[in-house]
Design a protein around this ligand. Structure first.
Ligand SMILES: [Zn+2]
Ligand SMILES: [Zn+2]
Length: 457
């Protein structure tokens, strides 16, 4: 084949250019085979183009030259064929003319193919870039995860060392006191043993004069020293050496670090974790049926006397709005019987009466008294299977992917995930639920994980 122009770019290409693509190699292989065959055919003809009449193909049925082309059947014919029954009423063209027309068509197809192949090539390149990007992202993310785990490992190792140091210090204090006591006991015992020996040696003196000499010089003084002074009793008593001595028993106790260590450490680690759930405060809508806590972190239905508006279920939205990035909050629902938590997408509507949970672009996870959990999104409400009753709901808002996920934040498992459509800034919306004759007045509370929630012994 040698130096042939590329059918796409018209530049000459070499074998080397093709080696990169197996698909291309297969294709060029097929084309080469086809062309070789044609070349062989042409080589057997004595003359090449322009094709002389003598070289024209012959009709196998009529031994006539195939001078015509039936457009209806797309087939070569001889003049005898044309008059036959098979081609009655068909359209014919002389071969030269027909070939020109069909070549025109083929060129059109070629144009289409070349253009589309260029587009396909572009797509393939783009896809390859995306593959690389995904792999790079995966690699970076893996590194990030490693770093974050390393941080947690570091924290835990540091905490472990710290706690062990505390333990050592406390142990040391107790053991020091015990050792001091122990040496005091030993000292008194040694003194006693020494006296015991001396007195025994004295008792062993057989000669009365020698014994009494010892008594005069030594024994009397020692025994006198042992006697209790100012003893009015005629009965002689001796000073005890056990006075003030007792055994310090092992009552060493390390408090919560002995009994609740993992919990205390995990809570402490929460302070070191970044990012933590964001701070959020509730906008007080001024609804007399709602009570927003002073700090704006919780809301509940106000106490009421009458049974009017028993199905009235007003809600509140956060002061903060979100339009980009990813955000996570945790909301305490405790043992409440009825509530809704979610994302309100069009926060521009100021009047509380105008917006309802059924607003089509909003997303809510609901607990409906007597019915269970449901998800409202895109104007539909579907029931959601929740395996255990969560007391804390995790809300993950991904503005970039328009996705809202709800978690059981007690055990960090996903409850449900859904998409939303709005591109407007959205806010967190909380509904403390219907009043239920006072059975549902516990608040829904936004959890905070600031440094003040620290818990350390
Ligand atoms: Zn024929
Ligand atoms: Zn025909």
């Amino acid at each position: 084949m040698g130096q042939n122009p590329c059918p796409e770019c018209r530049r000459p290409y070499t074998e080397k250019d093709l080696q990169s693509s197996r698909l291309l190699r297969n294709m060029t292989g097929a084309v080469r085979q086809h062309l070789t065959k044609q070349q062989a055919q042409m080589d057997t003809s004595p003359t090449q183009a322009p094709q002389a009449l003598a070289d024209m193909l012959m009709c196998t049925d009529h031994e006539e030259k195939l001078k015509l082309f039936c457009e209806t059947d797309q087939k070569l014919l001889c003049v005898v064929c044309r008059d036959g029954e098979k081609h009655k009423g068909h359209q014919f063209k002389p071969v030269k003319e027909a070939a020109q027309i069909i070549k025109g068509t083929l060129k059109g197809v070629m144009c289409f193919l070349i253009k589309e192949n260029e587009q396909l090539n572009g797509l393939a390149q783009k896809q390859a870039i995306e593959v690389t990007m995904t792999q790079t992202k995966g690699k970076n993310l893996s590194a990030q995860i490693s770093a974050q785990f390393e941080e947690m490992h570091c924290f835990l190792k540091k905490k472990e060392a710290e706690i062990k140091k505390q333990l050592e210090a406390q142990e040391q204090t107790v053991v020091t006191a015990m050792c001091k006591n122990s040496s005091m006991i030993s000292e008194r015992m040694m003194n006693g043993k020494e006296l015991e020996c001396i007195f025994q040696s004295a008792l062993d003196i057989n000669q009365p004069d020698l014994f009494l000499q010892w008594w005069n010089e030594n024994g009397f003084r020692r025994i006198e020293a042992m006697k209790i002074k100012n003893n009015e009793n005629s009965h002689i008593k001796y000073e005890t050496r056990l006075e003030g001595l007792n055994v310090i028993s092992n009552s060493f106790f390390f408090g919560p670090y002995e009994t609740h260590l993992p919990f205390f450490v995990c809570k402490a680690m929460l302070r070191a974790v970044k990012p933590v759930p964001e701070l959020l405060s509730i906008k007080d809508p001024g609804d007399s049926y709602l009570k927003v806590s002073p700090g704006g972190s919780s809301v509940r239905q106000a106490d009421r006397q009458s049974n009017y508006y028993k199905d009235y279920n007003p809600g509140v939205v956060s002061e903060q709005t979100f339009q980009s990035g990813q955000h996570y909050w945790e909301i305490e629902v405790g043992n409440k019987l009825d509530w809704s938590i979610g994302i309100k997408t069009d926060v521009k509507i100021s009047s509380k009466k105008k917006w309802k949970k059924s607003d089509s672009k909003d997303v809510y996870l609901n607990l409906i008294d007597g019915q269970g959990y449901t998800l409202s999104s895109n104007g539909k409400e579907v029931s959601v299977e929740v395996k255990r009753k969560p007391s804390k709901i995790g809300l993950y808002l991904d503005c970039d992917r328009k996705q809202v996920s709800f978690y059981d934040a007690d055990i960090m498992t996903l409850i449900v995930v859904t998409q939303y459509k709005s591109t407007l800034p959205c806010s967190v919306a909380l509904f403390p639920g219907i009043y239920l004759s006072g059975k549902n007045i516990d608040p829904v509370t936004i959890c905070s994980y600031g440094s003040d929630s620290a818990c350390s012994p």
